[in-house]
Design a protein around this ligand. Structure first.
Ligand code: NAP
Length: 296
């Protein structure tokens, strides 16, 4: 139970509703900013504007997955009003106040550090990243089906990167009957790819492995599908780039080569916002319970 904890949930999309639901069930006191158009009246919550939040008694601030823009604007789908997170708000919170966001940026890190408040980037955690790979692969399958006229079964698929997302993508596409090869740079990853019965290759040698691919799924957050790689691909290849913005593809060059390349950010929030919200809510409720145990 989170009785006695006071939490501000600022902005976000449908995923935040699962967080609000979970934390209200556990009897936290919740202030909601950026939710004025939300019809669902969660009991135990107070809707207000961001500057009306009593920051002096807030134990934790929960931001959306996307955190803020570089100017501090918090995106929210439940309000038309601009919601801006300012350093002065954080300075008013008690010293133990912890800020949770999915990812972060220089603005948020700057104001949290200046105010002396701890910032936790939830998407850096293995548990969240691994759970999130489940809706991510489902979204990737959806996109592959939407943008091809052949089955995944029997197609040649290359997965770039063998991290938390890449491994799930590789395993699931293989289970659907695709012929999967996976590019990685560490020998441990190459060993794991072999153990999984898939074809491993060194990412350094990517140019030698792209001429026969139907679907190339990138999870490496670095410009890996560059001009020299793309010039070896045929226009029949579909690139689905899952890496965080700006992705790992030279999209302009791909277009020039007639290769369809799609940046596909935020798939969990698109294909399964409820599950994606529950993944965050479950981890958050444990972290907040620990915060409470530590005496805030
Ligand atoms: P991860 O576990 O850190 O895996 C990243 C992989 O990329 C690792 O195999 C890593 O290799 C490799 N890599 C990183 N930089 C590289 C470089 N310069 N050259 C070669 N390989 C490199 O990350 P993840 O959780 O799988 O996430 C991967 C990306 O997908 C992130 O950008 C994440 O934000 C994004 N993502 C997108 C969605 C979506 O909906 N589109 C969903 C989830 C995640 P090493 O292990 O050798 O470093």
């Amino acid at each position: 139970m989170l009785t006695g904890l006071t939490i501000a949930i600022i902005g976000g999309d449908a995923r935040q509703l699962e967080i609000i639901r979970k934390l209200t069930e556990q009897h936290a006191d919740i202030y909601l900013a950026g939710f004025d158009q939300l019809d669902d009246g969660f009991t135990g919550t107070v809707k207000c504007k961001i500057d009306e939040i009593p920051f002096q008694k807030i134990d934790s601030i929960i931001l959306p997955v996307s955190a803020t823009t570089g100017e501090g604007v918090v995106s929210t789908v439940f309000s038309n009003e601009e919601v801006v997170l300012k350093q002065s708000y954080l300075e008013r919170t008690p010293e133990h106040c912890v800020i949770y966001s999915g990812i972060s940026n220089a603005y948020l890190e700057g104001i949290a550090s200046e105010a002396g408040r701890k910032l936790v980037k939830l998407f850096e955690r293995d548990d969240i990243a691994i759970f999130n790979s489940i809706p991510t692969v489902e979204g990737t399958i959806m996109m592959a089906i939407q943008h091809t006229d052949y089955t995944i079964h029997g197609s040649n698929v290359a997965v770039l990167g063998m991290g938390r997302t890449g491994m799930t993508i590789a395993r699931t596409f293989a289970a659907l009957g695709a012929k999967v090869k996976v590019g990685a740079r560490s020998s441990a990853h190459l060993a794991r790819i072999t153990e999984m019965g898939l074809f491993p290759f060194q990412l350094e040698e990517l140019t030698e492995h792209v001429n026969d691919i139907d679907i190339c799924i990138n999870t490496v957050p670095s410009l890996i599908l560059n001009q020299s790689v793309l010039s070896r691909m045929t226009p029949k290849t579909l690139i689905l780039d899952l890496a965080s913005r700006p992705g790992g593809t030279d999209f302009k060059y791909a277009e020039k080569q007639g290769i369809k390349a799609l940046l596909a950010p935020g798939l969990p929030g698109i294909v399964a916002p409820k599950t994606a919200g529950q993944i965050i809510a479950n981890v958050l409720s444990k972290l907040l319970a620990d915060l409470k145990k530590e005496g805030k």
